[in-house]
Design a protein around this ligand. Structure first.
Ligand SMILES: Cc1ncc(COP(=O)(O)O)c(C=O)c1O
Length: 429
């Protein structure tokens, strides 16, 4: 059995729900040198073009536009497709997918979600179609896939356009094809909290070349030099943001692999709990593991778990909340009970690059071995009746080699597993 440090000697640090990836400073500096050499800061400079070219190739698309953020991407998408009237959309997304519809003077009409994916349920879409419907705007929630085939069938049958909000979808593929490539237009967000980011940023991926030409102009005030074509907006992004994107892109395979490891560790820890459920990516989805939502069986239990985690300096987030059909500025005509239930019971747990190996400790063989922050196990404890073990000095052990210890440290600093017995071969915080 190890001897352990006094737990009170452990420096406790707030664990945020996410933390932005930063590349090694020298890599970013090399791009800054290029900016300083050219004095080209914005307006479709060489780094923006380089980022766009790389992403076009990686995603296998012809028309890719780097823009200021994921919200302007949605707004330009709605404009470029000349949508009007009603847009059938998901109640389970970030507010930007609804507010973009409103800003473009269209009406969001909600169809409920499929609880297995948290994405819009195609079965509900057809019921909402009227003669005023012009499009479907769906979100690939948490990097899970919308039922793209069913949505395509419905859209074709009723002559509707399809926009996918792919803010969570970068790095996920369905049947070998990036999720960012479906629909008439797919948009992305490259905000600092996203799995791939450019600090602030977003993208618009367009299928039709004529629509692509409109997007190109709309992004830059609607004119090309002295020639004015349409009423556009400022949707551009800068060389500095592109530089960050190019750096992050170089590290994207490591980011994905790291995220998968963390996600899998959580999944094994929580998969068989009685009073909460997890999303399971379907077989044909190559998943980006971007978020780890836990759906509790009641709002009260979720709030309590959130509070318990906070007391342990762990910030878990209600994401998404509220269900968008409950927003105060929405008519409330289409109530979506599944979305409301999930939005009131979901908690997403901390996950970010490096989270799983931030803390190192000596194990019984004396080797340094990365372990996950032990506190993340506490929802498990809370949920399964081990609540009694939660105490300032108790910690739970997760090895990054997949072994998961569910236990605590007893008053004699011995590790207790599942409430009984001492356990050898453990390292702990
Ligand atoms: C699903 C979804 N859509 C749209 C957005 C808006 O993106 P941005 O913050 O880049 O404007 C976000 C950002 O969090 C999002 O999560």
């Amino acid at each position: 059995m190890n001897t352990v440090d006094s737990p009170s000697s452990v420096v406790r640090e707030m664990i945020q729900v996410t933390r932005s990836f930063l590349p090694p400073r020298a890599e970013f500096d090399a791009y800054l040198d290029r900016i300083w050499a050219t004095h080209h800061l914005t307006n479709n400079g060489p780094l923006v073009q380089e980022l766009e070219a790389k992403l076009k190739t990686d995603l296998g698309v012809d028309h890719f536009f780097f823009v200021g953020n994921g919200t302007i991407a949605l707004q330009i998408a709605i404009r470029a497709l000349a949508l009007e009237g009603e847009i059938i959309t998901t109640p389970y997304s970030y507010v930007a997918s609804t507010t973009s519809i409103l800003w473009e003077r269209c009406v969001p009409v909600y169809a409920d979600i499929d609880p297995r994916t948290c994405c819009i349920d195609p079965a509900g879409i057809e019921e909402r179609i009227t003669e005023k419907t012009s499009a479907i705007l769906a979100t690939h929630v948490y990097g899970m896939a919308c039922d793209v085939e069913a949505i395509e069938r419905i859209a074709t049958k009723h002559g509707l356009k399809v926009i996918y909000d792919g803010a969570h979808a970068f790095g996920s593929s369905y049947k070998g094809r990036s999720l960012m490539t479906f629909g008439d237009i797919s948009t992305g967000s490259f905000h600092a909290t996203k799995i791939f980011h450019t600090i602030e940023g977003g993208c618009i991926i367009v299928r039709d070349p004529e629509v692509a030409q409109k997007v190109l102009l709309m992004r830059q005030f609607g004119h090309n030099g002295d020639d004015h074509f349409l009423a556009g907006v400022n949707g551009k992004n800068s060389e500095f943001h592109a530089a960050m994107g190019l750096c992050v892109l170089n590290h994207f395979p490591e980011i994905l692999a790291d995220r998968e490891k963390q996600w899998t560790t959580y999944f094994h820890a929580f998969q068989d709990l009685g009073n909460c459920s997890l999303l399971r990516p379907e077989q044909q989805l190559e998943f980006n593991h971007s978020y780890f939502p836990v759906i509790f069986d009641s709002n009260e239990r979720m709030l309590r778990a959130k509070q318990v985690l906070l007391e342990e300096d762990i910030v878990a987030r209600r994401y998404f909340y509220p269900s968008l059909d409950e927003l105060p500025y929405i008519s409330g005509a289409h109530v979506c009970p599944v979305s409301r239930r999930i939005a009131s019971t979901v908690l997403t747990l901390p996950m970010y690059f490096g989270f799983g190996s931030r803390i190192r400790h000596v194990n019984s063989s004396g080797a340094l071995r990365p372990v996950m922050r032990l506190g993340v196990m506490q929802p498990y404890v809370f949920l399964t009746g081990y609540f009694a073990y939660i105490h300032a000095t108790y910690r739970f052990v997760l090895y990054d080699d997949g072994t998961i210890m569910r236990g605590c440290i007893n008053s004699r600093n011995r590790i207790m597993v599942n409430g009984s017995g001492a356990y050898d071969h453990c390292s702990l915080l």
